[in-house]
Design a protein around this ligand. Structure first.
Ligand code: NZQ
Ligand code: ZN
Length: 392
């Protein structure tokens, strides 16, 4: 196991009806003027924004609001948010929504105290300061409620890029699984795919002797394999929703990734897809992740066999371990299809002829990227090709 620091300062406030505590929690963490930031309307329609406002009123906390965050959140709204916060003297940002709303909130939090263009921090500059952010989560997916990351799309060129800092970890995150019951099945499935991908990015590692994190990863993956079909079949299954919601957080606070080398190439490859085609991140991952697995499995066949046997219940074939590894990947893709995810470019709405442009945007030039297997331009092209033609 490698040396590590594990820093997860967020207070997770979990369970039914907890959104009504938002006002007191903001006060506890020192907010006096809040920006309530939300998306395209689901949180208003469900009455959640109203509940949050009432709790802020009850706690005597002032607020202003900015809605309209789109999935794959845009820089243009971030600039608006920064201007609004400065004009209103906002000192605390409360995201009410999913990963996109939370990431947009984090970007605004970076931009308000920064004397320059917030995009600098999405182009590699270190985050030195940020307003405090907190969340009321409405979808189990990105894990942004516990992570120090934010991913924003620059509208000019549809360039999707990330910034990361412990300063962006939310002060608190309210997680009421019943809020996710209004999600369309497709969004639920996209979220489930993202959660599994966050684990796989950590699971495929070259670090030896990481039994505890291996087992934590497998626990999250097995939970997702069991619970996702249950919520697809019955969107109001609170217990299954609750398990998935907590799995999403456990998957991405880095609890499952400490002490081990991680990969993240599938996320990088996917961000180019959701950047170019404005598709859901989870759907892009459903197309990319099994393709990446197929391309790299030969690097450590036994690790893929471990996944196949422990997560997908495959019988180990000791005479032909590669057959077991490939069967595990096949079962993963079959699972994704069974929950309604696309598995190839056509189903996603991507085009094979765009692969050179995707590779170019990925932007590694003649270099290499990744942890588990270092990939160059040709490798990346090949993975996109496998993804383009994948079938069951
Ligand atoms: O905008 P509204 O009307 O709220 O609709 C949203 C949106 O259309 C809807 N939705 C959310 N909660 C709902 C609901 N509809 C009904 N009932 C509810 N309770 O769902 C749609 C998707 O929402 P979004 O926030 O985009 O989903 P998600 O949480 O998957 O976030 C995706 C974004 O997070 C980034 C992705 O790249 C993508 O941009 N990621 C962020 C990470 C991070 N910050 O740590 C890590 C991830 O790997 C990921 O890259
Ligand atoms: Zn993700």
């Amino acid at each position: 196991m490698e040396n590590f620091n594990f820093y997860s300062p967020t207070e997770f406030v979990f369970g039914k009806g907890r959104a009504a505590e938002a006002g007191l929690l903001v006060k506890k963490y020192g907010g006096s003027k809040v920006l309530i930031h939300y998306g395209g309307g689901s949180a208003v329609k469900s009455g959640l924004v109203g509940t949050v406002k009432k709790s802020l009123d009850d706690a005597g906390v002032k607020y202003c609001e900015l809605g309209g965050v789109k999935p794959n959140p845009r820089d243009t709204l971030v600039y608006k948010g920064i201007d609004l916060c400065r004009a209103e003297g906002v000192d605390f940002i409360l995201a009410v929504g999913g990963g996109s709303v939370i990431d947009s909130s984090k970007a605004i939090a970076i931009g308000v105290p920064y004397d320059g263009d917030f995009w600098d921090m999405y182009s590699g500059k270190r985050v030195e300061k940020a307003l405090p952010v907190a969340t009321v989560l409405t979808i189990a997916a990105a894990g942004s409620e516990g992570s120090g990351d934010s991913v924003i799309t620059k509208e000019d060129g549809m360039l999707k890029r990330g910034a990361g800092s412990d300063l962006l970890r939310p002060r608190f995150s309210i997680m009421d699984p019943s809020l996710t019951q209004t999600l369309p099945a497709y969004q639920t499935a996209c979220g489930a795919t993202d959660i599994m991908a966050h684990v796989f990015e950590r699971y495929f590692t070259n670090t030896k002797e990481v039994e505890i994190t291996d087992r934590l990863c497998e626990a999250v993956l097995m939970t997702m394999v069991k619970e996702t079909p249950r919520v697809i079949a019955d969107p109001n299954n609170y217990e299954a929703r609750a398990n998935i919601m907590w799995a999403g957080t456990v998957a991405h606070t880095n609890l499952c990734g400490v002490g081990r080398e991680q990969d993240w190439n599938s996320h990088g490859l996917e961000h180019e897809l959701s950047g170019l085609y404005d598709v859901a991140h989870g759907a892009g991952l459903a197309v990319i992740m099994p393709a990446w697995m197929e391309y790299v499995h030969g690097h450590n066949v036994m690790r893929f066999c471990q996944m196949a046997a422990r997560v997908f219940g495959c019988q180990m074939n000791f005479e032909d371990p590669e057959a077991t590894a490939l069967e595990g990947i096949r079962r993963f893709r079959t699972f994704l299809r069974s929950i309604g995810m696309p598995i190839n470019f056509d189903e996603l709405g991507a085009k094979e002829e765009d692969i050179p442009a995707l590779v170019e945007k990925f932007g590694i030039g003649d270099g290499k990227t990744g942890g588990f297997v270092k990939l160059n331009k040709n490798d990346i092209t090949e993975i996109y090709r496998i993804a383009a033609h994948a079938s069951l």
